[in-house]
Design a protein around this ligand. Structure first.
Ligand SMILES: [Zn+2]
Length: 236
């Protein structure tokens, strides 16, 4: 395949951090742009997980629902994932150790990448951002977020690795979400241990940064960029 792989990013993490939580793009529209990705839902009601072309919501009450096309999102990033590097992880490592191994395959630090890791996890620690009203700062909401740890769970990690220069638009480094094989457990990953799995790293050639151009709140929001970057460090 010599096709160009484009990361489709809807809205910015910075706008989300500022409290702009209103869903403005439908899942149906979003899924036209990719089959793997992450995001959140209207009113930041949990975590969005896009796996194999289907969208799921991991809610704060520890349930998972598959989303219909009419549901709206305020922020998401999806990509038509094409594995460029595939390797097996055959011994137990922490998330940090696995991330070092993943990065050893990168050609430099300046391109986005898609990440898909399917395997067995002795530990998977996730959070689900709880539903909140627009205007409440994300970093405040995240201080009271439900967190869950599951042991010995099989499933898939999906997400994006972002270069440093895009911190603010997205979160620099890894933004990973998890969903279990039986679709009963998932969320935004805080940390994990993997003891067996297959890691896929996808190349990304282009970024399609899309904006909620008809959302008045976004258009006229007064964003304090430096403060938002700090909030992303704390909350993501
Ligand atoms: Zn997330």
């Amino acid at each position: 395949m010599s096709e160009i792989t484009q990361l489709f990013q809807y809205n910015t993490l910075g706008a989300l951090m500022a409290g702009l939580y209103e869903g403005t793009m439908t899942i149906g529209e979003l899924l036209k742009h990719g089959d793997l990705g992450i995001g959140t839902l209207d009113s930041i009601d949990g975590e969005l997980i896009v796996l194999d072309g289907k969208a799921y919501q991991a809610k704060g009450d520890k349930t998972i629902v598959e989303l219909t096309d009419d549901i709206k999102v305020p922020y998401a990033a999806v990509v038509p994932h094409q594995a460029e590097v595939v390797f097996k992880q055959k011994f137990t490592v922490s998330d940090k150790e696995l991330e070092d191994r993943i990065e050893s395959y990168f050609d430099g630090q300046n391109l986005f990448r898609s990440i898909k890791i399917t395997g067995e996890f002795p530990k998977m620690h996730v959070r689900m951002i709880p539903r909140a009203k627009s205007g409440t700062k994300f970093v405040e909401v995240s201080q009271n977020q439900p967190e869950y740890t599951e042991e010995n769970v099989k499933g898939t990690i999906v997400g994006i690795w972002t270069p440093e220069m895009f911190h603010g638009v997205s979160v620099a480094g890894y933004h990973l979400h998890f969903i279990s094989e039986d679709f009963t457990f998932g969320g935004h990953i805080l940390d994990f241990i993997i003891d067996n799995g297959t890691v896929e790293i996808g190349a990304i050639d282009q970024l399609n940064q899309s904006f909620p151009v008809q959302d008045r709140k976004f258009l006229f929001a007064d964003l304090d960029i430096e403060a938002l970057k700090k909030d992303i460090d704390v909350a993501e």
